[in-house]
Design a protein around this ligand. Structure first.
Ligand SMILES: *Cc1c(COP(=O)(O)O)cnc(C)c1O
Length: 422
């Protein structure tokens, strides 16, 4: 048996795998050429310019036709997309929004920035929101559920949409980590009322920063356009909105995407099928090989394996100690593996745990809810239990077959030496 790299043995790989930036590692001539074209055209703003290239509009059109949604609106970040989505739905002070206990800080953070209060739903074995826990956190002040497919793993949408319908509340799909995921044949992000996307560098496709909202509802689109653009409604003819009802006008932000970002993002968007195809092929091969080599290995569950994009292999250990030991040993073999978010539910972040905001009188947490909101460490026990014992191995879209074999070899080597899956 070969000696582990943490014990001074030779690592399985001499060099690390490609960095975990799926979209950025396939940047090339396409992104550079279209971004240059925008610059040479001296027209970096999406709504007018001497020689407008229409990059942002082309991105939105590509998104709607590829995802099968009626409307897409590009914005400046995934956080902006969440805020625009909630403001389109009319969410604000006095409202609660259900978010999963396992997500990035931005999901509940955006709720607070909308002047609403996040309430936390537990997760199931998929590490995504547990539909059977919704009733526990629901009350009449809840206006929406944000679901978050974590690291490429689809959310079980049917029971969530059914629950939301029964309560007449909205479903927002935070697709930041999972662009390209499908559920029962449909693209996730188009199944709820609004889908939000992030194009930040860690995400599946990227313009460094950027985001988008997607919806089939024209009224929501109109409010989204207004909120992202100072409350005004430009290019109405494009959407067939002929006489805007200015009684609905309100103040907004500036979350408009620049043409330079739009140009890079359009070329990235075209690469999404290849990115997903490669990740998925390697993911499924690695998972199958590990299943046969290590029968006791356990992966996070998946409600629709066909629809997963394979950007990360999620391995569930018996204990958080086993997961930590595995990560340490595997990293020494030059194969990256990690636990998400410091192994903690999102509400353990100090701002959320102590319900602190930048506003006076602790607005918006100060709303006199009939059922007061409290945050306690163990309120989502399955998230507390599962997050620190689930390790993720990123699967790059530029992995070679040799790289994939190295991942398999390294996991098997670490297991044989340490029996981490026993
Ligand atoms: C990254 C991320 C966001 C925020 O996206 P930004 O573009 O960085 O603002 C929101 N939600 C989730 C789940 C994310 O992973």
């Amino acid at each position: 048996m070969s000696k582990l790299a943490i014990d001074g043995g030779a690592p399985v790989r001499g060099a690390p795998l490609p960095p975990n930036y799926p979209g950025a590692v396939v940047y090339g001539k396409e992104e550079a050429d279209f971004a240059s074209k925008v610059i040479y055209s001296q027209s970096p703003f999406r709504y007018y310019g001497p020689n407008l290239q229409g990059a942002v509009e082309a991105l939105e059109n590509a998104m709607t036709s590829d995802l099968g949604a009626a409307y897409a609106l590009a914005v400046t970040s995934g956080t902006a997309a969440l805020i625009v989505a909630m403001k389109a739905l009319g969410i604000g002070y006095g409202d609660k929004v259900i978010v999963p206990a396992n997500t990035f800080l931005a999901t509940p953070g955006a709720v607070v920035c909308c002047n609403a209060v996040p309430v936390y739903c537990d997760v199931d074995d998929s590490l995504n929101i547990d539909p059977t826990d919704l009733e526990r956190v629901y009350d009449e002040d809840v206006k929406a559920i944000i679901v978050v497919p974590i690291l490429g793993n689809p959310v079980d949408m049917d029971p969530i949409v059914a629950f939301a319908k029964s309560k007449h509340i909205a479903v927002i799909e935070d697709m930041a980590q999972s662009c390209g995921v499908r559920y029962k044949g449909r693209y996730a992000g188009t199944i709820g009322d609004i889908g939000t996307f992030s194009f930040q560098m860690n995400k599946i496709v990227t313009s460094g920063e950027g985001g988008a909202v997607v919806t089939n509802d024209k009224k929501l689109l109109e409010r989204a356009i207004r909120y992202h653009d100072q409350g005004i409604l430009r290019h109405r003819d494009r959407y067939g909105i002929d006489s805007p009802d200015e009684t609905f006008a309100f103040s907004g932000q500036n979350y408009r995407m620049s043409e330079i970002s739009g140009a890079v993002m359009l070329e990235q968007w075209k690469k999404l099928p290849d990115i997903v195809g490669t990740m998925k092929r390697h993911h499924d091969r690695i998972a199958a090989a590990l299943r046969s080599e290590i029968p006791e290995i356990r992966f996070r569950s998946c409600p629709d394996p066909e629809g997963a994009i394979g950007s990360n292999l999620g391995i569930v250990f018996a204990t958080s100690e086993a997961a930590a030991l595995f990560n340490k040993a595997l990293n020494a073999e030059n194969v990256q593996s990690y636990v998400l978010y410091g192994g903690k539910p999102v509400y353990m972040n100090p701002s959320l745990f102590h319900m602190r905001t930048a506003e006076k009188d602790n607005f918006p947490y100060n709303y006199p809810f009939k059922r007061p909101v409290t945050v306690t460490a163990n309120m989502c026990p399955r998230a507390v239990d599962l997050i620190p014992r689930t390790a993720y191995i990123p699967i790059s879209p530029i992995l070679t077959d040799r790289d994939a074999s190295d991942i398999i070899e390294a996991v098997v080597k670490v297991h044989r030496a340490l029996r981490v899956f026993a």
